[in-house]
Design a protein around this ligand. Sequence first.
Ligand SMILES: NC(=O)c1ccc[n+]([C@@H]2O[C@H](COP(=O)([O-])OP(=O)(O)OC[C@H]3O[C@@H](n4cnc5c(N)ncnc54)[C@H](O)[C@@H]3O)[C@@H](O)[C@H]2O)c1
Length: 248
Amino acid sequence: MSRLAGKTALITGAGNGIGKASALRFAEEGCNIVAADFRIEFAEAVVDDIRAGGGSGIAVGGDVSDEAEVDAMVRAGVDAFGTVNVLLNSAGGGSTKDGAVTDLDLDEFWRTIRVDLFGTLLCCRRVIPEMLTSGGGSIVNISSLRAVIGTAGADAYTASKGGVLAMSRAMAMQWAEKNIRVNVMAPGVVLTERVAAFIKPDNPIYRKSLLGPSEPADVANLALYLASDEARKVTGTVMRLDGGATAY
Ligand SMILES: NC(=O)c1ccc[n+]([C@@H]2O[C@H](COP(=O)([O-])OP(=O)(O)OC[C@H]3O[C@@H](n4cnc5c(N)ncnc54)[C@H](O)[C@@H]3O)[C@@H](O)[C@H]2O)c1
């Protein structure tokens, strides 16, 4: 259980869902965790669990779409553990205010872009200089099945996740020579509490999956691989974790 021994991971959105599952999984593999979430109480509960299991971590509050708060998250990690070797950008997600371009809530469009796309950008922008100083690192960003194939009904979210995917590939090109890898996970339906509450089994996106929806732990295991040195020759990829939805 030492696939991330000696490394430190900043995980945004670590208070719930995929971020939480990844924080717990990474900690099992010896990683120091900087659990960041704008609901700090959730991040603190995750860190309590990590410490109870013998792992090491700190909780930090803050909004990923606020540059000063992102700076504070990274600073807290560097102060506690010396550097940040892994960045997993998991803060974000869609909502029921999204929809078709003709009827989606325009404030929701900008909220989604600010959190999912701009927040990912801000965290990468602040962490990369730390990775350059410490000789490299691994960035794992989260896109979506919706950015890989066409799905109707969540156009703001789809736009933001398309941006995350394209921006990540560009970053992979930019930073490979500095030993910073940048990869993207594109999950289909993942049964986090938030998603289970608003994507019901009659939603067409469910039927696309050959193997059914994933659990947060499934995504955490993929993130673990991408974060670890096992993926040392993997960069610029989009790894689909969608139960075969895009195999058609
Ligand atoms: N669950 C799915 O089906 C699914 C599928 C594809 C992609 N994703 C993506 O995976 C990521 C995580 O999704 P999830 O289902 O685990 O979500 P979640 O709601 O379970 O957890 C997200 C966490 O992020 C935090 N957060 C939200 N906005 C934030 C902000 N601005 N700053 C800091 N923290 C913030 C929330 O407090 C929450 O704890 C999202 O980017 C989502 O779009 C999820």
